[in-house]
Design a protein around this ligand. Sequence first.
Ligand code: ADP
Ligand code: MG
Length: 381
Amino acid sequence: MKDLPGEWMDHQLTVALRIRPLNEAEIEEGATIVAHKIDNQMVVLMDPCEDSDNVLRAHRSREKTYMFDLAFDYTATQEDVYVATTKNLIDGVIAGYNATVFAYGPTGAGKTHTMLGLDSEPGIYIRTLNDLFRAIEDSTEDLDCSVYMSYIEIYNEMIRDLLNPSSGYLELREDGKGEIRIAGITEFSTCNAKEIMALLTKGNKQRTQESTAANKTSSRSHAILQVTVKQKSRVKDINEEVRVGKLFMVDLAGTERASQTQNRGKRMKEGAHINRSLLALANCINALSEKGGKGAQFVNYRDSKLTRLLKDALGGNSRTVMITHISPASSNFEESRNTLVYADKAKNIRTKVKRNLMNVSYHLAQYTRIIADLRSEIERL
Ligand code: ADP
Ligand code: MG
């Protein structure tokens, strides 16, 4: 990584695909595996068709291959996925770059498993925070570092604080620099991994979940864990913020269509809202991928809260990784195909990244230190 302040660097969105194992329900219904990983980048999706015995089987003659930056299947551990997708973003965040990791895919495909995971198999959230704290502890730089976390959901185009659900709905505000902020959000600052996992698990239970036909514990909301690393100079009198790195980790709502979940009434209305955010996201992905990275001036981020919040992640100042999830089962073939087509488009998205250095005091602090060092050297002579 080049480390020059203020210099814009091109970055291509990294797209990973994770195919989860067949689940019990799929095995019970006699589903076959139609999505296979061929190597670390290539996957194949076979179009299932009914044979004379009315059983859906994958047919090699009707298959399509897709290439991604990374491909994982049922053999991949949580650690494997974390190391390949997210671990290498951490140094950048500490150096003042923004980064975003988002989990994309239909309900039940494994997004929450990848991001939050289980106590016994923690996901990206906790692994990232653990490594982030360790890296800060090991840092030899003369800077005071603090880490803030917030955890929100977007549900029906309304923002709720998952760490403080009683605070009602929160509003997005644009600050003087054009950056989007969430007014009144709770930020917590702790380095204790156990405490964080407990907070996140508790927060996750606050997520709006109701059954749909697609999945019993379907998550109809987008959850966003934001981690901000702020650093200040330790040099006396120059106690100013010198750089800020932001990391978004996003667990999106299911991308399935309302018709496939047989949503009715309230669910249907809610579906429309979810679709508004996901539709806006899809529109942004379409527009950005067509541009081939030639700037994002015609992309409409304003259509939904999700895209307003993810504006930087998609077309601005962020290193971004999209982890796409699919089920391997023949019964989910249509959803998997739609998901792969989107992920394939997202590969074309480019962002531009730059270190977020707040002001000149960092350099001033460095010069002050150099002068002090020189002085003591002269005194020793
Ligand atoms: P989503 O968040 O996309 O709706 P979940 O992450 O909740 O899906 O996954 C649905 C179910 O499948 C959960 O019970 C989860 O534990 C399980 N699951 C998902 N991915 C995996 C995986 N890679 N290995 C084992 N179990 C998984
Ligand atoms: Mg989920």
